[in-house]
Write a protein that binds this ligand. Structure first.
Ligand code: PMV
Length: 302
Protein backbone atom coordinates (compact mmCIF):
# COMPACT_ATOMS: atom_id res chain seq x y z
CA UNK A 1 0.00 0.00 0.00
CA UNK A 2 3.11 2.22 -0.19
CA UNK A 3 5.24 3.24 -3.20
CA UNK A 4 7.77 5.93 -4.16
CA UNK A 5 8.26 7.25 -7.70
CA UNK A 6 10.59 9.78 -9.31
CA UNK A 7 9.62 11.78 -12.41
CA UNK A 8 11.41 14.41 -14.49
CA UNK A 9 10.11 17.80 -15.63
CA UNK A 10 10.27 18.21 -19.41
CA UNK A 11 11.03 20.98 -21.90
CA UNK A 12 8.76 21.24 -24.92
CA UNK A 13 10.44 21.62 -28.33
CA UNK A 14 6.99 21.74 -29.94
CA UNK A 15 4.65 23.35 -27.40
CA UNK A 16 1.23 22.40 -26.06
CA UNK A 17 -0.84 25.58 -26.17
CA UNK A 18 -4.64 25.40 -26.32
CA UNK A 19 -6.91 22.41 -26.02
CA UNK A 20 -9.96 20.97 -27.72
CA UNK A 21 -11.35 19.57 -24.44
CA UNK A 22 -10.51 21.53 -21.28
CA UNK A 23 -11.86 19.00 -18.75
CA UNK A 24 -10.08 16.04 -20.35
CA UNK A 25 -7.02 18.16 -21.25
CA UNK A 26 -6.99 17.05 -24.88
CA UNK A 27 -4.52 19.32 -26.68
CA UNK A 28 -5.20 21.26 -29.89
CA UNK A 29 -1.92 20.00 -31.34
CA UNK A 30 0.71 17.28 -30.85
CA UNK A 31 3.75 18.34 -28.80
CA UNK A 32 7.30 16.99 -28.47
CA UNK A 33 9.58 17.29 -25.43
CA UNK A 34 12.72 16.10 -23.68
CA UNK A 35 12.79 14.87 -20.07
CA UNK A 36 15.12 16.84 -17.77
CA UNK A 37 17.66 14.98 -15.60
CA UNK A 38 18.22 17.71 -13.00
CA UNK A 39 14.60 18.80 -12.42
CA UNK A 40 12.76 15.94 -10.73
CA UNK A 41 9.97 15.29 -8.26
CA UNK A 42 10.08 12.33 -5.86
CA UNK A 43 6.75 11.34 -4.34
CA UNK A 44 5.80 8.70 -1.77
CA UNK A 45 2.15 7.64 -1.48
CA UNK A 46 0.94 5.40 1.34
CA UNK A 47 -2.69 4.28 1.58
CA UNK A 48 -3.82 3.35 5.05
CA UNK A 49 -7.14 2.26 6.63
CA UNK A 50 -6.37 4.49 9.65
CA UNK A 51 -6.66 7.78 7.73
CA UNK A 52 -9.89 9.82 7.62
CA UNK A 53 -8.74 12.07 4.76
CA UNK A 54 -5.72 12.51 2.44
CA UNK A 55 -2.67 14.05 4.13
CA UNK A 56 -0.66 16.13 1.64
CA UNK A 57 2.67 17.94 2.22
CA UNK A 58 2.39 21.64 2.96
CA UNK A 59 2.77 24.04 0.04
CA UNK A 60 1.14 21.82 -2.60
CA UNK A 61 -2.29 22.19 -4.24
CA UNK A 62 -4.18 19.71 -2.03
CA UNK A 63 -7.54 20.02 -3.85
CA UNK A 64 -5.99 19.24 -7.26
CA UNK A 65 -3.96 16.34 -5.82
CA UNK A 66 -7.01 14.84 -4.07
CA UNK A 67 -9.05 15.13 -7.29
CA UNK A 68 -6.28 13.21 -9.07
CA UNK A 69 -6.10 10.55 -6.34
CA UNK A 70 -9.89 10.11 -6.64
CA UNK A 71 -9.50 9.13 -10.31
CA UNK A 72 -6.98 6.42 -9.40
CA UNK A 73 -9.02 5.24 -6.37
CA UNK A 74 -12.06 4.93 -8.60
CA UNK A 75 -10.10 2.83 -11.10
CA UNK A 76 -8.82 0.58 -8.27
CA UNK A 77 -12.20 0.38 -6.51
CA UNK A 78 -10.59 1.64 -3.30
CA UNK A 79 -12.00 3.99 -0.67
CA UNK A 80 -8.74 4.31 1.31
CA UNK A 81 -7.15 7.67 2.02
CA UNK A 82 -3.41 8.21 1.79
CA UNK A 83 -0.40 10.21 2.93
CA UNK A 84 1.49 11.98 0.11
CA UNK A 85 5.06 13.21 0.59
CA UNK A 86 6.65 15.18 -2.22
CA UNK A 87 10.12 16.58 -2.76
CA UNK A 88 11.31 18.64 -5.75
CA UNK A 89 15.01 18.65 -6.71
CA UNK A 90 14.64 22.33 -7.62
CA UNK A 91 13.42 25.15 -5.34
CA UNK A 92 9.69 25.91 -5.55
CA UNK A 93 10.55 29.57 -6.11
CA UNK A 94 12.70 28.71 -9.16
CA UNK A 95 9.85 29.35 -11.58
CA UNK A 96 10.23 25.86 -13.06
CA UNK A 97 6.84 24.29 -13.61
CA UNK A 98 6.63 21.42 -11.15
CA UNK A 99 3.19 20.28 -12.30
CA UNK A 100 4.58 17.97 -15.03
CA UNK A 101 7.06 16.13 -12.80
CA UNK A 102 4.65 16.36 -9.85
CA UNK A 103 1.61 14.76 -11.49
CA UNK A 104 3.76 12.16 -13.28
CA UNK A 105 5.38 11.05 -9.99
CA UNK A 106 2.03 11.12 -8.15
CA UNK A 107 0.35 9.00 -10.84
CA UNK A 108 3.07 6.32 -10.89
CA UNK A 109 3.43 6.16 -7.08
CA UNK A 110 -0.32 6.13 -6.35
CA UNK A 111 -1.08 3.54 -9.05
CA UNK A 112 1.61 1.21 -7.66
CA UNK A 113 0.49 1.76 -4.05
CA UNK A 114 -3.08 0.84 -5.05
CA UNK A 115 -1.82 -2.32 -6.77
CA UNK A 116 -2.97 -1.12 -10.20
CA UNK A 117 -1.05 -2.63 -13.09
CA UNK A 118 -1.28 0.08 -15.73
CA UNK A 119 0.53 0.21 -19.07
CA UNK A 120 2.73 3.22 -19.91
CA UNK A 121 -0.07 4.48 -22.19
CA UNK A 122 -2.61 4.31 -19.37
CA UNK A 123 -0.22 5.98 -16.90
CA UNK A 124 0.39 8.80 -19.39
CA UNK A 125 -3.36 9.24 -19.91
CA UNK A 126 -3.96 9.41 -16.14
CA UNK A 127 -1.07 11.87 -15.64
CA UNK A 128 -2.55 14.07 -18.40
CA UNK A 129 -5.77 14.47 -16.39
CA UNK A 130 -3.71 15.99 -13.53
CA UNK A 131 -1.68 18.33 -15.74
CA UNK A 132 -1.45 18.18 -19.53
CA UNK A 133 2.32 18.26 -19.92
CA UNK A 134 2.69 15.63 -17.13
CA UNK A 135 1.84 12.93 -19.67
CA UNK A 136 5.14 13.69 -21.45
CA UNK A 137 7.07 12.94 -18.22
CA UNK A 138 5.90 9.29 -18.18
CA UNK A 139 7.76 7.77 -21.21
CA UNK A 140 11.57 7.88 -21.53
CA UNK A 141 13.81 10.44 -23.21
CA UNK A 142 12.34 12.32 -26.18
CA UNK A 143 8.54 12.12 -26.10
CA UNK A 144 5.60 12.88 -28.38
CA UNK A 145 2.14 13.59 -26.96
CA UNK A 146 -0.82 13.29 -29.30
CA UNK A 147 -4.48 13.23 -28.22
CA UNK A 148 -4.89 11.15 -25.06
CA UNK A 149 -1.49 9.47 -24.99
CA UNK A 150 2.26 10.11 -25.00
CA UNK A 151 5.00 7.78 -26.22
CA UNK A 152 8.78 7.75 -26.39
CA UNK A 153 10.30 8.67 -29.77
CA UNK A 154 13.89 7.98 -28.61
CA UNK A 155 15.53 6.84 -25.36
CA UNK A 156 17.60 9.34 -23.31
CA UNK A 157 20.93 8.08 -24.70
CA UNK A 158 19.81 8.65 -28.30
CA UNK A 159 21.43 12.09 -28.45
CA UNK A 160 23.73 13.83 -25.97
CA UNK A 161 22.03 17.23 -25.81
CA UNK A 162 21.69 19.69 -22.94
CA UNK A 163 18.95 21.96 -21.68
CA UNK A 164 20.80 24.64 -19.72
CA UNK A 165 18.11 26.52 -17.80
CA UNK A 166 18.94 30.13 -17.01
CA UNK A 167 17.05 31.14 -13.88
CA UNK A 168 15.41 34.52 -14.37
CA UNK A 169 13.69 36.29 -11.49
CA UNK A 170 10.19 37.57 -11.98
CA UNK A 171 8.11 39.77 -9.72
CA UNK A 172 4.92 39.37 -11.74
CA UNK A 173 2.41 36.81 -10.54
CA UNK A 174 2.35 33.76 -12.79
CA UNK A 175 -0.93 33.29 -14.66
CA UNK A 176 -1.84 29.61 -14.48
CA UNK A 177 -1.29 27.79 -17.76
CA UNK A 178 -4.81 26.32 -17.42
CA UNK A 179 -6.36 29.78 -17.76
CA UNK A 180 -3.96 30.50 -20.61
CA UNK A 181 -4.92 27.38 -22.59
CA UNK A 182 -8.61 28.25 -22.29
CA UNK A 183 -8.07 31.68 -23.88
CA UNK A 184 -5.53 30.65 -26.54
CA UNK A 185 -8.10 30.55 -29.35
CA UNK A 186 -8.93 34.25 -28.78
CA UNK A 187 -5.62 35.15 -30.47
CA UNK A 188 -5.98 35.97 -34.19
CA UNK A 189 -2.75 33.97 -34.66
CA UNK A 190 -3.91 30.77 -32.90
CA UNK A 191 -5.07 29.02 -36.09
CA UNK A 192 -2.09 30.31 -38.09
CA UNK A 193 0.23 28.51 -35.66
CA UNK A 194 -1.84 25.30 -35.86
CA UNK A 195 -1.67 25.47 -39.67
CA UNK A 196 2.13 25.82 -39.56
CA UNK A 197 2.63 22.95 -37.12
CA UNK A 198 2.46 19.79 -39.30
CA UNK A 199 5.48 20.99 -41.33
CA UNK A 200 7.30 22.19 -38.22
CA UNK A 201 6.71 18.89 -36.42
CA UNK A 202 8.00 16.94 -39.42
CA UNK A 203 11.15 19.13 -39.44
CA UNK A 204 11.70 18.61 -35.72
CA UNK A 205 11.27 14.84 -35.98
CA UNK A 206 13.79 14.79 -38.84
CA UNK A 207 16.27 16.88 -36.79
CA UNK A 208 15.94 14.46 -33.86
CA UNK A 209 16.37 11.48 -36.15
CA UNK A 210 19.44 12.95 -37.86
CA UNK A 211 20.80 14.54 -34.63
CA UNK A 212 21.05 17.85 -36.46
CA UNK A 213 21.42 20.59 -33.81
CA UNK A 214 21.15 23.51 -36.25
CA UNK A 215 17.88 22.21 -37.70
CA UNK A 216 16.52 21.39 -34.22
CA UNK A 217 17.58 24.82 -32.93
CA UNK A 218 15.99 26.77 -35.76
CA UNK A 219 12.71 24.88 -35.37
CA UNK A 220 12.50 25.27 -31.57
CA UNK A 221 13.21 29.03 -31.72
CA UNK A 222 10.56 29.52 -34.43
CA UNK A 223 8.06 27.46 -32.41
CA UNK A 224 8.84 29.26 -29.15
CA UNK A 225 8.35 32.70 -30.73
CA UNK A 226 5.16 31.55 -32.46
CA UNK A 227 3.64 30.25 -29.20
CA UNK A 228 4.58 33.44 -27.31
CA UNK A 229 3.14 35.48 -30.19
CA UNK A 230 -0.19 33.67 -29.61
CA UNK A 231 0.09 34.16 -25.82
CA UNK A 232 0.80 37.89 -26.20
CA UNK A 233 -2.12 38.46 -28.56
CA UNK A 234 -4.77 36.40 -26.77
CA UNK A 235 -7.35 38.04 -24.56
CA UNK A 236 -6.31 38.84 -21.87
CA UNK A 237 -2.71 38.86 -23.16
CA UNK A 238 -0.01 36.88 -21.39
CA UNK A 239 3.56 38.18 -21.17
CA UNK A 240 5.97 35.74 -19.58
CA UNK A 241 9.29 37.35 -20.59
CA UNK A 242 11.30 39.86 -18.57
CA UNK A 243 14.14 42.10 -19.82
CA UNK A 244 16.63 39.44 -18.74
CA UNK A 245 14.75 36.76 -20.76
CA UNK A 246 15.16 38.96 -23.86
CA UNK A 247 18.87 39.61 -23.04
CA UNK A 248 19.49 35.87 -23.05
CA UNK A 249 17.57 35.38 -26.30
CA UNK A 250 19.75 38.09 -27.92
CA UNK A 251 22.96 36.63 -26.50
CA UNK A 252 22.10 33.16 -27.82
CA UNK A 253 21.01 34.60 -31.20
CA UNK A 254 24.55 35.93 -31.80
CA UNK A 255 25.49 32.25 -32.41
CA UNK A 256 29.00 32.60 -31.06
CA UNK A 257 28.34 28.98 -30.01
CA UNK A 258 25.85 26.50 -31.54
CA UNK A 259 23.10 27.02 -28.95
CA UNK A 260 19.40 27.83 -29.30
CA UNK A 261 16.69 29.08 -26.93
CA UNK A 262 13.19 28.08 -25.97
CA UNK A 263 10.87 29.46 -23.25
CA UNK A 264 7.76 27.99 -21.60
CA UNK A 265 5.10 29.74 -19.49
CA UNK A 266 7.60 31.64 -17.34
CA UNK A 267 10.61 33.96 -17.60
CA UNK A 268 13.36 31.30 -17.51
CA UNK A 269 15.30 30.73 -20.72
CA UNK A 270 16.17 27.18 -21.76
CA UNK A 271 19.36 27.06 -23.82
CA UNK A 272 19.69 23.90 -25.91
CA UNK A 273 23.07 22.69 -27.19
CA UNK A 274 25.03 19.48 -27.74
CA UNK A 275 26.97 17.97 -24.83
CA UNK A 276 30.30 18.74 -26.52
CA UNK A 277 29.47 22.48 -26.42
CA UNK A 278 28.27 22.57 -22.78
CA UNK A 279 31.41 24.29 -21.39
CA UNK A 280 31.28 27.02 -24.07
CA UNK A 281 27.60 27.70 -23.39
CA UNK A 282 28.21 27.84 -19.62
CA UNK A 283 31.02 30.35 -20.31
CA UNK A 284 28.64 32.40 -22.52
CA UNK A 285 26.08 32.51 -19.69
CA UNK A 286 28.58 33.08 -16.86
CA UNK A 287 27.46 35.02 -13.79
CA UNK A 288 23.92 33.62 -14.07
CA UNK A 289 22.28 30.80 -12.11
CA UNK A 290 22.09 27.70 -14.29
CA UNK A 291 20.55 24.22 -14.05
CA UNK A 292 22.24 21.82 -16.48
CA UNK A 293 20.00 18.99 -17.72
CA UNK A 294 20.68 15.93 -19.85
CA UNK A 295 17.92 13.81 -21.47
CA UNK A 296 16.36 11.60 -18.78
CA UNK A 297 14.28 8.49 -18.23
CA UNK A 298 10.55 8.91 -17.64
CA UNK A 299 8.68 8.41 -14.37
CA UNK A 300 9.47 5.18 -12.51
CA UNK A 301 9.21 3.47 -9.15
CA UNK A 302 12.32 3.66 -6.94
O1 PMV B 1 0.74 21.35 -18.77
P1 PMV B 1 0.49 22.80 -18.57
O2 PMV B 1 -0.96 23.12 -18.43
O3 PMV B 1 1.32 23.38 -17.45
O4 PMV B 1 0.91 23.59 -19.91
C1 PMV B 1 2.24 23.72 -20.35
C2 PMV B 1 2.34 24.78 -21.37
C3 PMV B 1 3.75 25.13 -21.84
O5 PMV B 1 4.73 24.87 -20.85
C4 PMV B 1 3.79 26.61 -22.16
C5 PMV B 1 4.12 24.39 -23.13
C6 PMV B 1 4.45 22.92 -22.98
O6 PMV B 1 4.15 22.19 -23.93
O7 PMV B 1 5.04 22.49 -21.96
Amino acid sequence: MKATAIAPANIAFIKYWGRVDAALRIPSNPSISMNLSACTTTTTVEFSPGLKHDVISEGFDAARITAHLNRLRERAGSALFCRVETHNSFPASAGIASSASGFAALTVAAAAALGLRLSERELAAFARLGSGSACRSIPDGFVKWEGEYARSLYPPDWWDVRDIIVMVESTTKKVSSSEGHDKAATSPFFHKRLDALPRRIARLERALNEKNIQELGEVIEEECLDMHHVMQTQSPPLYYWTGETVNIMELVKKRTVPAYFTIDAGPNAHVICEGKDEARVVELLKGRTLIINKPAAGAHII
